[in-house]
Ligand binder design. Structure first.
Ligand SMILES: Nc1ncnc2c1ncn2[C@@H]1O[C@H](COP(=O)(O)OS(=O)(=O)O)[C@@H](OP(=O)(O)O)[C@H]1O
Length: 581
């Protein structure tokens, strides 16, 4: 029997037998429905297949029959395949339903088979997670959030980049800023409402009077952003004196160093009770803004001679570094006298106008008649003058100043400087101030320093301050020697760089202040400071012309100081070589 016939006969015999048909056409096992349950299309195909089989047996028809039968078989096979795919799809949908999790965010569990062709390894319980956004509104919200996040990210990055660049420039810009007031300093600085200097602030830092800490002006809290921050810090180093030895020059020269920040004026925190009682927070607010790693320095020359100061300084910071600048004692005393006389002379004119009208010669009026109120500027000058009288004992025991000081407790032989009580300033009349100023201005240094009998007036303040060992002794009772550096003020005038190098080493900062930062000003007779964008000299009150002093008096005083100087050398462990006659 030909193969086609055998296949046809096999087909015929299995027409009502699904299991045999399954074997012949490789029908899937799910094909178990009875023929009558099949749709009309299927019934038609079956009928068409059976009919020719029963009526044609001749051999010449056999090839035609065979091809006809083959067509039907293919159609039947295609039908079964379609059925099979439909069943698989139905099964997948069922599985899909099983895996679906109803969530508002369109998060779906799908069978793996939904993502790749069905393979024999695919299990029906195998699911994968698909997260999709199918709702337009949700998509809009999602996109908006993404855009805002992107904008904020770029904003933060841009902001921080700009801030960092400016922070790096700030150190260099500092020199330019200090030109606004640095060298005029002492007094010509721009000031913030809380009284502190603003001339050290980086250009981009806006002064915020109420805030003690400045941070990057960003939308986020500063604690989260690690950009360079500035804040006011208590000083880590102090220039404690000595008055008229070059304290201002020293501070300004140190300020050339990028690691140094300076308090603008003399704060007088430790030596004036009215300031000290305001507390450390008040003092800190007087300090400049500084970056971490910078050293804040304050100078108040009267610290050196005020007995209560060393202990107070130690209470604030026991490891603070102390800078003491000294100068040949007699020259220092003459410089001190020059300044006092200059202040007295300045005080006389306005005080004469307001407190001695029409009585130019009436220096010491018999009655303390009520005086007309002073203008604010005169009041200030008047207070300054009076404070100076208290400091100075200006007339060395023979004038009004001495009279006043005689009623006050005094220090050792040299006489400790006393801060003028505020009440005393308030109760002193302009007329007595005028008298005092007039006397200050009229006396020569020789008259004030040497008594008529030729002995030295040791109580004269410009002389007693020059007895360095007396004051230094007190400091060394409180601080170890290595915490204090003695700077030679005479050498600072002649060769600033060598002195600054020592100070940089003492402060633990790299050597940055070099000779190119200075130039010698022939007119002034001093070195001036050179900045990137200009040159500055200390103002005219520094480097005043001293009055001529009798060389015999100078020699007399040098001999007098020789013994004190030796004691000072022993204390500091260095011979400064000051002349002894
Ligand atoms: N570079 C430079 N320029 C100007 N002046 C300089 C300089 N270096 C040191 N000196 C000396 O500083 C003296 C003033 O000292 P002080 O600043 O300590 O004075 S004060 O106590 O603050 O009033 C001042 O004293 P006098 O010369 O008596 O005015 C100067 O001699």
């Amino acid at each position: 029997m030909p193969a086609a016939k055998r296949r046809a006969a096999g087909s015929s015999s299995s027409s009502g037998n699904s299991s045999s048909a399954n074997a012949t056409y490789e029908q899937p096992p799910l094909q178990h429905h009875a023929d009558h349950e099949q749709p009309p299309e299927y019934q038609q195909l079956l009928q068409h297949q059976h009919h020719p089989h029963n009526s044609h047996h001749s051999s010449h028809h056999s090839s035609h029959l065979s091809s006809h039968h083959s067509n039907h078989t293919q159609q039947l096979q295609q039908y079964h395949q379609r059925q099979q795919f439909q069943q698989q799809a139905t099964h997948q949908q069922a599985t899909l339903r099983d895996c679906s999790v109803k969530l508002p965010l369109d998060i779906l569990w799908l069978p793996k088979s939904a993502m790749r062709p069905v393979g024999p390894e695919t299990s029906h319980t195998d699911c994968i997670l698909v997260v999709g956004v199918s709702r337009p509104k949700l998509a809009v919200v999602f996109l908006t959030v993404m855009l805002i996040s992107l904008f904020l990210t770029f904003h933060v990055l841009y902001d921080s980049a700009v801030y960092n660049i400016q922070a790096a420039q700030a150190v260099h810009e500092r020199h330019r800023l200090s030109m606004l007031g640095g060298m005029k300093n002492g007094d010509g600085r721009s000031r913030m409402p809380d009284g502190s200097s603003t001339n050290h602030l980086p250009v981009f830092v806006k002064p915020v009077p109420s805030s003690s800490q400045l941070s990057h002006p960003m939308v986020f809290p500063s604690s989260r952003v690690h950009f360079p921050k500035t804040s006011r810090r208590l000083p880590q180093a102090l220039i404690i004196g000595v008055r008229k030895c070059g304290t201002r020059a020293l501070l300004e020269m140190l300020y050339l160093h990028p690691r140094i920040q300076k308090a603008g004026g003399e704060v007088h925190f430790f030596d004036r009770d009215e300031n000290y009682l305001k507390g450390l927070e008040w003092y800190r607010k007087k300090m400049p803004h500084s970056f971490r790693g910078q050293i804040t320095i304050e100078k108040s020359p009267s610290y050196f001679v005020s007995p209560e100061v060393p202990e107070r300084v130690r209470a604030m910071n026991a490891s603070i570094k102390l800078l003491l600048i000294v100068r040949e004692p007699v020259t220092r005393a003459i410089s001190d006298y020059t300044q006092l006389r200059s202040h007295a002379a300045t005080a006389i004119l306005p005080l004469a106008e307001s407190s001695a009208p029409g009585s130019g010669s009436d220096i010491q009026p018999k009655t303390a008649a009520p005086s007309p109120p002073l203008s604010p500027s005169k009041e200030l000058l008047y207070k300054k003058l009076h404070a100076e009288r208290a400091y100075d004992n200006a007339l060395g025991g023979s004038g009004a100043g001495a009279k006043e000081m005689a009623t006050k407790p005094r220090g050792r032989r040299a006489g400790m400087p006393m801060a003028m009580p505020v009440t005393a300033v308030a109760t002193t009349t302009p007329t007595s101030a005028y008298a005092s100023a007039a006397q200050m201005a009229s006396k020569s240094f020789e008259e004030l320093a040497i008594f008529p009998n030729g002995t030295v007036n040791e109580a004269y303040r410009p002389l007693s301050i020059s007895m360095y060992h007396v004051h230094l002794h007190r400091w060394l009772e409180v601080f170890p020697r290595e915490q204090l550096l003695v700077v030679n003020g005479d050498r600072l005038i002649e060769d600033p760089v060598s002195q600054l190098k020592r100070i940089e080493a003492f402060l633990g900062i790299e050597h940055r202040v070099k000779s190119e930062h200075f130039y010698f000003n022939e007119t002034k007779g001093f070195y001036c400071l050179r900045y990137d964008n200009g040159d500055r000299c200390l103002r005219e009150t520094k480097g005043r012309k001293h009055p001529h002093v009798d060389p015999i008096v100078v020699s007399r005083l040098r001999k007098f100081f020789a013994e004190y100087n030796q004691r000072f050398y022993e204390l500091v462990g260095e011979d400064l070589g000051w002349p002894e006659e």
